[in-house]
Design a protein around this ligand. Structure first.
Ligand code: 26Q
Length: 808
């Protein structure tokens, strides 16, 4: 949009006055932020309404991204950038003595996600709007987002994330678009014009109220919608029975149980199954989402038999997989469609993305729980399964074991991945290696049965947030070198890679990185009172804490390096600063012990003057989107060290690469594709090959003890975990110790040597700054492929069958 400084200043002063009856110099920072946010939202309103009108008038196919998580972070800065008015606003505010940076810092993160899967959903809706595809998000408006992490005495402590406390300027409550979602009850067969229909009786009705947030495309006129649902009690005739009987306490209980539905985001915990509230959440936002899609669709006047020509629903993992049965239920029970037609429309509309490799981590629900909460949905799943099993038998007569393996309902459980696969026309993995493992191993039965359904869509990240917004200095420099076409066409970043031999470019890229590192060093000094040297190697591992991501491998190597420095204080190493940031699931004990270990090692090393500041370790508290934006651009080394085959894709790896960090990684997930782009010479690869890992997993034969007994460095660091040398109780790290010496499921000891050796290569190359900077430039230049704009273009061509649309 176009706006002058003068006009903006007028609007802004008016806004502050109308909202808070305040003059600028009297208003609090929070009020100034809230006023700016609500003004920016107002600026987007015209295009928001225009976009909706044009979609409905032209009857374009609409995409809906169903996700239990949208890890958005902050929106002020990215909205200003996408509207193309940030510079103007910044200057205008400065003239009013207001710092835009400070207002942007005031916004609290919308942390409605655990990690990768939730952040992917947020990157995707940004790309969908920026490419101009008619597409929207559908999810949950949790009252409490992912917990805030405090570190107390080295341990993680969880604090509720009351993110809505000061209000949310971006959302609009749409009471008029509410729908009713029904739980429990008894399905009753009723005759209707010679047709047998099912209706639910004695159900519990819950009102789903949508809150809409504009999703502003980058310098186009598209404004799509992120619709998040909140649960409210129904206070009209639906629940009249309860109230009329004067059962006051029941009425109160009802209210509490309703509000619980959208109260809290569950931490990623695949071991924990059967939490009925989570299933309630899943059905709640899925059912509400489908009703709201169908309401819009019906206004278009098209026939429901053509739904799949006008609507595509992408389900983000199995969390919304109940959509298969819900869409069937609505079409068959409410719209009176025949089963076969309804099935063809349903499978034509739905597509499923898998984000997990381990089949044991695939979501399943006890039949008892499921049937009680969603009795009609359960009946429909039984019917879907009955027909599916029939098809399997037709293709593989008497292959009972195959039927058992593939059945949607088996062993007293409803298998959500099987439901999603059977009920979708597309099933995709999120990186080449991941898809290959799904097709050939984890979901092999299904890929044989439906060879054409399976496809790969390698993840991506929005280069707007993860480069343009978070790394302003690098962004201007790239633009100075190659122009700004890359902002709209990220693959044009390749032109920057061509400058990697230019000594001036190398020097400048090094300077920019150093500036960024200096900022982080200042922050660390201020927040943690730790002195870190910006000229040291900044080696960063930030991601959720999980055994397979192997933060333990990283910290064991640090302990080993420290041992070597203690043995020889003159050891010639490039000074290093290791950064960690990670939240553990509250109930994941091994992960919590790992956080304590990192903090314990950090304390010991940071307070040991004998190593002359060559080594520092910093655990950054409360890792989240807004913190990621500050630290990723400061990395020299990006640690992507998961056990090969265990990380479906990873997306942090792409963010680091785009900001010129060099990857230290296994050939796992999307690291494989990063490696394809930059080659051995621009990345530090180590660790077991996928075949080695798959072989051990299949045939066994791995002995961690062997490495303990034959490698003195390994023995020393493992012993130190339990012999008191870390200055804490000898019991403190016993679980880590025994997990490594017991099964060592993730081959930490096996990969240890290879990891140390890669770290030594890094140490050597870093001494040649010119060479190092060349490698950084190649990484930045080749990162364009990992913009989620490319990923979304592929989804839209190969799964959704939609194309960009211009809004004018
Ligand atoms: C399960 C049961 C009960 C409660 C919560 C959950 C739950 C919640 C979130 C299970 C899984 C998740 C999130 C998974 C996730 O983030 N997976 C990551 O997805 C990224 C995007 O595709 C990939 O890059 C990562 O490799 C993958 O780990």
């Amino acid at each position: 949009m176009n706006i002058t400084r003068e006009r903006f200043k007028q609007d802004y002063e008016q806004k502050l006055m109308s909202l808070f009856t305040e003059e600028i110099d009297k208003a609090s920072t929070l009020d100034k932020y809230l006023a700016l946010g609500s003004l920016v939202k107002e600026y987007s309103a015209k295009n928001w309404s225009k976009t909706k009108k044009q979609y409905s008038k032209d009857g374009d196919k609409q995409v809906y991204y169903f996700s239990m998580e949208f890890l958005i972070g902050r929106l002020l800065q990215s909205n200003l950038i996408n509207l193309g008015i940030r510079d103007t606003v910044k200057e205008a505010l400065a003239e009013l003595n207001v710092s835009l940076d400070e207002l942007e810092e005031t916004e609290v993160d919308a942390g409605l996600g655990n990690g990768g899967l939730g952040r992917l959903a947020a990157c995707f809706i940004d790309s969908i709007a920026s490419i101009g595809i008619p597409g929207h998000g559908n999810g949950m408006r949790y009252q409490y987002g992912f917990f805030e992490q405090k570190i107390v005495n080295g341990y993680q402590v969880e604090i509720p994330d009351n993110w809505l406390k000061e209000g949310n300027v971006w959302e609009t409550k749409r009471e008029d678009k509410s729908v009713i979602v029904k739980f429990y009850g008894t399905p009753k067969a009723v005759q209707n014009n010679g047709r047998l229909n099912f209706e639910l009786e004695n159900y519990e009705a819950i009102k789903a109220v949508p809150y809409d947030t504009p999703v502003i495309g980058y310098e186009n006129n598209t404004v799509n919608t992120l619709r998040l649902w909140s649960a409210e009690p129904v206070t009209n005739a639906f629940n009249f029975q309860i109230f009329s009987k004067g059962e006051y306490s029941k009425a109160v209980e009802y209210r509490t149980s309703v509000e619980a539905i959208s109260s809290v985001l569950y931490p990623d915990d695949s071991a924990e199954t059967g939490k009925i509230l989570r299933l309630k959440q899943q059905y709640f936002f899925t059912s509400a989402g489908i009703y709201s899609i169908l309401r819009t669709f019906k206004n278009s006047g098209h026939s429901l038999y053509d739904l799949d020509k006008y609507v595509a629903i992408q389900i983000n993992d199995t969390h919304p997989a109940v959509a298969v049965a819900e869409l069937m239920r609505i079409l068959v029970d409410e719209e009176e469609m025949g089963w076969d037609d309804a099935w063809s429309v349903t499978t034509g509309t739905l597509a499923y993305t898998n984000h997990t490799i381990l089949s044991e981590a695939l979501e399943k629900w006890p039949v008892q729980v499921f049937n009680k909460l969603l009795p009609r949905i359960y009946m429909i799943i039984e019917e879907i399964n009955r027909r599916f099993v029939g098809e399997i038998y037709q293709k593989h007569p008497n292959d009972h074991d195959r039927v058992r393996r593939m059945s949607i309902i088996e062993g007293g459980m409803v298998k959500m991945a099987h439901l999603a696969i059977v009920g979708s026309h597309s099933v995709n993995g999120v990186a080449t290696l991941h898809t290959e493992i799904l097709v050939n191993k984890e979901l092999r039965d299904f890929s044989e049965f439906y060879p054409r359904k399976f496809n790969n869509k390698t993840n991506g990240i929005t280069h707007r947030r993860w480069l343009i917004q978070s790394n302003e200095e690098l962004t201007s420099y790239i633009t100075k070198c190659i122009g700004d076409s890359w902002k709209k066409r990220p693959k044009d970043l390749a032109q920057f890679a061509e400058l990697s031999k230019d000594p001036l470019v190398r020097k400048r890229v090094g300077e920019i990185k150093l500036h960024n590192k200096q900022m982080l060093a200042d922050m660390v000094k201020k927040d943690y009172d730790i002195d870190v040297d910006p000229n040291s190697i900044f080696d960063i591992q930030v991601k959720r804490l999980h055994a397979y991501k192997r933060q333990v491998l990283n910290i064991l190597h640090i302990m080993d390096l420290y041992n070597r420095l203690k043995d020889n204080p003159d050891l010639d190493i490039s000074p290093r600063t290791y950064f960690f940031g990670a939240k553990s699931s509250p109930s994941y004990h091994l992960a919590k012990e790992t956080i304590k270990l990192i903090n314990t090692v950090a304390d010991k090393i940071n307070n040991d003057p004998s190593i002359k500041g060559k080594l520092k370790v910093v655990f950054l508290e409360n890792y989240r989107v807004s913190l990621a934006e500050k630290i990723i651009k400061c990395a020299d080394i990006s640690e992507q060290i998961s056990t090969t085959t265990f990380e479906a894709s990873g997306t942090g790896n792409m963010k680091f690469m785009m900001n010129g960090a060099l990857t230290l990684g296994t050939l796992d997930g999307a690291n494989v594709e990063i490696h394809d782009e930059v080659g051995d010479e621009n990345m530090f690869v180590f660790g077991m090959s996928k075949d080695e890992v798959l072989n051990y997993l299949k045939y066994g034969g791995y002995s961690p003890r062997h490495f303990y007994n034959t490698n003195s460095r390994i023995k020393r660091v493992l012993d130190q975990l339990v012999d008191g040398s870390l200055g804490v109780a000898t019991t403190e790290f016993r679980n880590i110790h025994s997990s490594l010496l017991g099964r060592d499921e993730y081959f930490v000891l096996k990969d240890f040597d290879s990891y140390c050796e890669a770290q030594e290569r890094i140490d050597k190359v870093f001494r040649d700054k010119d060479k190092w900077n060349e490698m950084c430039i190649v990484n930045i230049g080749k990162s364009g492929r990992f913009s989620s704009d490319n990923t979304i273009t592929e989804y839209s061509r190969e799964i959704w069958n939609t194309s960009p649309k211009e809004i004018h």
